[in-house]
Design a protein around this ligand. Structure first.
Ligand code: PGA
Ligand code: ZN
Length: 447
């Protein structure tokens, strides 16, 4: 196996899609066949807003005089003064070897010593650099590491109406997604999703509703009246038909409730968790009943974080009642962490996991979590964060692992569209070998 000697690591503060600082890393290696040439792998770390409590730590400076306290100079310092001296001029055969050194150097379970943003930047940049050093595209290198064929394009879950923490409107639910799964290729599916987005814009405009966009590039209208969430779902159906597609056959619906954000803080520990939903206090059972009703009214196939991350009892009921009909995705619940995923597998809680590199903080641990999920019959959805950049690593990760689904936002904002564009390139390069899974990831075993 080829050893890759790290010649140089540099880090800089750049901006994410919300205009907040984030970490960019550049890592230099020798080219494997032409050792006199060097290659530079670059990666930028994303950042969440509705973060799970157990996510790995994102190190921010807290200096209110710079970027409202959100600077990342401490993370850069950790890369330059602690990580670089430990890895420069050392050779690593594989990303797992490097990530092990980074984890040991940090020494905490949540990467709070060096910061997960510092560690992940180096981890991703090393994968990029190794790909360049061996003239292998990043997705192919990931496929090699993950031991898959790496030829499956993901079904896009496109968040075209934004609410919750990602928008300033009256929607408690954070994401209303369209899922163009009833097509035979990624590019056809993407086209259908994008056309639906444009038709939605027209429908919103015709009704005098706002067409400005939220953090993930979806519209963020304020629906007036009693049932804003049902109005949003209805609007999606109208947009799909208006674009000439068949809801429930070609295009389906998915939600990310991000329910940890609207669960009520209960003073009495041990009392059941309740949810402030549409201005009413609802129990987990009432939330489940709402989802159940919607799943009969609309072609809903997937619900993420339908209940709060601490509500494991509610989650278990949710899975028991709806798990044989719907994909139930744990995002804040699992935070890409194999420990929480194992608990979910053992207790039959949820049946899918959202995968976000910066929730766990290294490429290796991300791949380990994905492997565990796939071996346990859990679906994996590789995901962006609400704070993104031009980095398209997640597109390569989705294809390289054959995971079958990606959440990369709407059809606007270059930080979102960049991922779809990279997937189009990969589809073209794979040619006849490209597989599009269609509705397969959403077919559930009947109990
Ligand atoms: P976040 O949102 O990046 O703000 O956490 C995305 C999600 O909840 O899936
Ligand atoms: Zn989520």
């Amino acid at each position: 196996m080829t050893k890759n000697k790290i010649l140089k690591v540099i880090a800089r503060e750049v901006l994410d899609s919300r205009g907040f600082p984030t970490v960019e890393v550049e890592l230099t290696l020798n080219h494997q066949k032409r050792p006199s040439d060097v290659v530079v792998g670059r990666a930028i770390v994303p950042s969440g807003a509705s973060t799970g409590e157990a996510e790995a730590l994102e190190l921010r400076d807290g200096d209110k005089n710079r970027y409202l306290g959100k600077g990342v100079l401490k993370a850069l310092q950790n890369i330059q003064q602690k990580i670089a001296p430990a890895i420069e001029n050392k050779a690593f055969t594989q990303i797992a070897e490097l990530d092990r050194v980074l984890m040991d150097l940090d020494g905490t379970p949540n990467k709070s010593q060096l910061g997960a943003n510092a560690i992940l930047g180096v981890s991703m940049a090393f994968v990029r650099a190794c790909a360049l050093a061996s003239d292998t595209p990043s997705d192919e290198l990931i496929a090699k590491i993950f031991q898959t064929s790496g030829n499956t394009l993901p079904v896009p879950l496109m968040n075209i109406i934004n609410g919750g923490k990602h928008a300033d409107n009256d929607l408690d639910i954070q994401e209303f997604m369209i899922v163009p799964a009833g097509f035979s290729s990624f590019s056809e599916a993407l086209r259908a999703g994008v056309e639906t987005f444009h038709h939605l814009k027209k429908l919103l405009k015709d009704q005098g509703l706002s067409t400005s966009v939220g953090d993930e590039g979806g519209f963020a209208p304020s629906f007036h009246g009693k049932n804003p969430h049902e109005q949003a779902l209805e609007m999606l159906i109208r947009a799909i038909t208006s674009a000439g597609y068949r809801p429930g056959e070609q295009i389906f619906l998915a939600l990310d409730s991000a329910a940890s954000e609207f669960c009520e803080k209960n003073e009495n520990k041990g009392s059941p968790i309740t949810y402030l939903f549409e201005k009413k206090s609802l129990s987990a059972a009432e939330m489940i009943a709402t989802y159940d009703r919607w799943s009969h009214q609309y072609p809903l196939i997937s619900i993420e974080d339908g209940l709060a991350e601490q509500d494991w009892a509610g989650w278990k009921d949710l899975t028991e009642q709806l798990g044989d009909r719907l994909q139930l995705v744990g995002d804040d619940l699992f935070v890409t962490n194999p420990i929480f995923l194992k608990k979910g597998i053992e207790t039959h809680t949820a049946n899918a996991i959202l995968i976000k590199l910066n929730q766990i903080g290294t490429v290796t641990e991300t791949l380990e979590t994905m492997k565990l999920a796939q071996e346990s019959g859990f679906q994996c959805i590789v995901s962006h964060r609400s704070g993104e950049t031009e980095d398209t690593f997640i597109a390569d990760l989705a294809v390289g692992t054959n995971c079958g689904q990606i959440k990369a936002g709407s059809a606007s904002r270059t930080d979102r569209v960049a991922k779809y564009n990279q997937l189009l390139r990969l589809e073209e390069r794979l040619g006849k070998k490209a597989v599009f899974p269609g509705t397969k990831p959403f077919l559930r075993k009947k109990r």
